[in-house]
Design a protein around this ligand. Structure first.
Ligand code: 4NP
Length: 174
């Protein structure tokens, strides 16, 4: 973890209207619940839906579990995100590859010393869905939106465990 305060995480999918806004709100909920001082945001690798609110289906399914996505607006991942965020979480392997390409561009643009971003899958440490994609629900049915929520909750809990261990290590060495 970097010494920047607070620690900042960015959830990324393709459109930033289904998976990553869901991941943003769910991960923020679990971080807050565990009193972790972490800022969470989200973005899309595409610019398909700039400024748009999350998909109504995502909003509806999330709200049934108590997560309010209504205040969010889609935006595209940008080079500066690799300076501002400590951790970027990809929802699937294609997102991961596109993020890594932009990461390489950010190194050229800003130089290695400026960039401390780590990149991982949302499911990187989730023993239930280990390194699996969060499946894109956009062209599918209701089950897909429930699956996104199931995975975001499970993977967020795994990240909270990782963050808690890392923060504890930081405190231990002081
Ligand atoms: P997301 O889902 O990446 O989870 O936001 C999608 C949203 C929009 C499109 C594809 C996936 N689209 O093709 O417009």
């Amino acid at each position: 973890m970097s010494s920047k305060t607070p620690y900042k995480g960015l959830c990324v999918c393709l459109g930033n209207i289904c998976r990553s806004p869901t991941a943003e709100v769910v991960l923020r909920y679990f971080c807050d619940k565990h009193q972790l001082d972490i800022v969470i945001d989200s973005a899309g690798t595409s610019n398909y839906h700039p400024g748009k609110a999350p998909d109504e289906r995502s909003q509806k399914h999330a709200l049934k579990r108590g997560y309010d996505l209504s205040a969010l607006h889609a935006r595209q991942l940008k080079l500066q995100d690799f300076i501002e965020f400590d951790l970027i979480l990809a929802m699937d392997h294609e997102n991961l590859s596109n993020i890594q390409d932009l990461f390489a561009q950010a190194h050229v643009e800003y130089g290695v010393s400026q960039i401390r971003t780590k990149i991982a899958l949302m499911s990187e440490y989730d023993q239930t869905y280990l390194k699996q994609a969060v499946p894109d629900p956009y062209y599918g049915g209701v089950d897909g939106f429930e699956r996104v929520l199931d995975q975001c909750e499970s993977s967020s809990l795994a990240w909270v465990n990782i963050f808690t261990q890392q923060f504890k290590q930081q405190i231990d060495v002081k």
